[in-house]
Design a protein around this ligand. Sequence first.
Ligand SMILES: Nc1ncnc2c1ncn2[C@@H]1O[C@H](COP(=O)(O)OP(=O)(O)OP(=O)(O)O)[C@@H](O)[C@H]1O
Ligand SMILES: [Mg+2]
Length: 359
Amino acid sequence: MYISSLSLKNFRNYIDQRAEFSPLTNVIYGNNAQGKTNILEALYLFSQGRSHRAKTDRELIRFGEERARLDIEFRDAQRGYKAVMLLEKNGRKSIQVNHIQLTKLSMLMNYLNIVMFSPEDLNLIKGSPSSRRRFTDAAISQLYPSYLSALNDYKKALIQKNSLLKDRKAADRAMISVWNEQLAENGAKIMMERSRFAEMLNKFASETQNEISGEKLEITYAPSVRLEDVCVDAFMEYLDARMTREIEFASAMFGVQRDDLRMTINGADARLYGSQGQQRTATLAMKMALSEYIHHIKGEYPVLLLDDIMSELDITRRRYLAEKIRDKQVFITSTDTDLTGSTGSTSVFRVVNGEIFKE
Ligand SMILES: Nc1ncnc2c1ncn2[C@@H]1O[C@H](COP(=O)(O)OP(=O)(O)OP(=O)(O)O)[C@@H](O)[C@H]1O
Ligand SMILES: [Mg+2]
């Protein structure tokens, strides 16, 4: 699948700009703070419905303006799509795909799949379990909207259960058990999907790590709720059996909110013992694995967004990546142009203070 054009009106530092893209490599270059990442952010919005970095949609609207409008055209193997997104200062947001209004943001993922890779992604290895859960959840949600609704229902039930546990007088066991049932129903689904995802991720990522560095990367799912057989009943039993401790600590201590992915390189914990370079390679391997995973499920490669990443990689990794992305659509931002060993099918854009010039 590939994106053929984008136009931005009052989005970030863009007043009114349009660009047409190559179905293969697109290099976006320019000095710092000119609007390179803003373009990737706009593209990403059309797959996830929200920005990879902004806390609120208001930040996306050009200073002093009431609304932003983004138009995008993209294709998959079957057909072409036109999508429009309107963002208003009062928080209203609307999205149309081929003139049909989407009722839920998550519906976007049925149309456009994007994998983004930015320097902050190093946190995937170094950071807390929550960064790995975010990665896992975003990845699975792109492919299975029912996973996203299970996740949302789980989060709602967890908030209720926690507020019940905090108020010790209200925390009676029957009430907690009601929430445990809801947590178990959604939690079992979440666990099964995460486990399946980790297996696929491991398969693809370990191949990549091995190809780049000859090292053995291993990724395994590390669930908080340890069950021999993952099912609703067993999940609920597990939670109910730990109710006394949760009441004592006034907090929901067990459940998928504590899950993690465990990563080892040549047998040692990548988070604790991985060198900077190893962690970088493992991050790259995970992102490439995600792209393979989406291809495996959907039969199409997602669009890849690489923000400032080339300068972070040494020449071997850069070459490897260039080889891997040769036949897929990719957007690369950089402060200079000569990073990719570009081919004839590369489009180059220079960004200067909110204006896009095709070279
Ligand atoms: N809502 C907004 N309205 C107007 N300008 C904005 C808005 N949000 C961000 N900007 C401007 O956009 C610019 C940053 O854009 P962006 O993050 O895309 O830079 P970049 O080219 O990727 O830079 P770097 O190379 O440093 O990563 C800044 O000049 C910032 O002031
Ligand atoms: Mg940037």
